[in-house]
Ligand binder design. Structure first.
Ligand code: ACO
Length: 339
């Protein structure tokens, strides 16, 4: 083994940050637009309020602010960052928003690109970034999960519009020796054959270009979801992938300090925790404040629990993301904190 690969055998989570839009939207406010109620939404999902991007905010600014906070906690100069991966399904620019984030945070030496895997996006991006660090080609990465689903829900469809919110979270990831490795294991899965139950699809709108030729106009339909199918998918696949990961890593649920699932529905969180006999006190949840912020839920929840000292250096966390694609995954991670 050469010297380089000896040094970079792992990646450590050394900083976290998040940024939520300032504008809140309560269940009660939504009930002024569609036929629903605070008690229905709370009892079926656990959601009380959510944040929605307002006029002076954007997916890019939220992402940049989250990244800046993570970099500051890590104690890094922005110029020392090699890689920025922005997990999002809702970029401000379909060509990619990560380069704009790179410019806003002043990381002129970093390569920056978007990665799309819906609500699993942050987990997929974290594992992707870790590969660059582990193979020795890069030393410092910022992984961002951010989404602005408020732009893509049908605000007159009560079955979906009550579920989602906007936000951004980020983690600073540093190449490290094996002893400090913070990504202990992972499993990632996709199944496009079941993708129909949750879509944000391009509109099939073919217009005349010139005589005899058409083009497909670039527009998207609002989010379409079969809630019950997605629910069944989550409560079946998340425990299965977590079990596989724990078995592979020779870890028992009792060894975990925290269970951190994609924040989609409190009932999904409770069901998975019950399956592993993990007490409620170890299950991280902020659904009541933010709803489902898609790729942002895991890093926003991580940052909140790190900053209020629930998560401490050395804590072992089982995390799982799941959502459209269908895509899902799990990782066993350890919070290192600034070194
Ligand atoms: N307010 C009041 N009534 C409602 C609402 C609402 N917001 N939404 C649906 N209802 C009604 C329905 O119309 C239906 O009425 P009906 O019986 O008269 O037809 C009734 O409530 C029950 O509807 P269900 O769809 O069966 O409700 P369910 O208990 O399944 O809850 C929910 C719906 C919350 C969407 C649930 O299925 C769920 O959480 N699924 C998972 C969704 C999810 O997690 N999606 C995101 C994951 S992937 C990602 O993060 C992108």
């Amino acid at each position: 083994m050469d010297k380089t690969s000896k040094i970079f055998e792992g990646s450590a989570l050394v900083g976290s940050g998040s940024c939520l839009p300032t504008q809140s939207l309560t269940n009660e406010q939504i009930s002024h637009r569609v036929e629903t109620s605070d008690s229905w939404i709370k009892s079926r999902t656990g959601i009380g309020t959510r944040r929605v991007v307002g006029e002076n905010e954007s997916l890019t600014t939220l992402s940049s602010n989250a990244a800046k906070a993570a970099i500051e906690m890590a104690g890094w100069s922005p110029k020392t960052i090699d890689l920025i991966v922005l997990a999002t399904s809702t970029p401000d620019d379909l060509f990619g928003s990560a380069p704009q984030v790179q410019a806003q945070i002043g990381s002129k030496n970093a390569v920056a690109f978007d990665l799309t895997a819906a609500c699993s996006g942050f987990l997929f991006a974290l594992i992707t970034a870790a590969q660059f660090l582990r193979n020795g080609t890069m030393k410092r990465a910022v992984v961002i999960g951010a989404d602005q689903l408020s732009s893509w829900v049908d605000w007159d469809d009560r079955r979906t519009c009550v579920l989602f919110g906007d936000g951004a979270g980020a983690i600073a990831l540093e190449a490290t020796e094996h002893e400090k490795n913070g990504i202990l294991g992972f499993e990632l899965k996709s199944d496009g054959s079941r993708g129909e139950c949750l879509r944000l699809s391009k509109t099939k709108n073919h217009l005349t270009l010139v005589d005899g030729s058409t083009y497909q106009k670039g527009e998207f339909q609002p989010i379409a979801m079969n809630g019950q199918e997605v629910y069944k998918f989550a409560v079946r696949e998340v425990p299965a992938i977590l079990q596989k990961l724990l078995d592979k890593e020779n870890t028992s649920p009792a060894d975990l300090d925290w269970l951190l699932l994609h924040q989609a529905n409190q009932r999904i969180l409770d069901s998975v925790a019950e399956r592993f006999s993990i007490p409620h006190s170890k299950v991280l949840s902020n659904l009541k404040n933010y709803g489902n912020t898609s790729a942002a839920t895991i890093p926003v929840m991580l940052d909140e629990a790190i900053r209020d000292s629930r998560i401490k250096p050395g804590n072992l966390i089982a995390t799982s993301g799941f959502g459209a694609g269908l895509s899902w995954g799990a990782a066993l991670i350890k919070w290192q904190g600034p070194t």
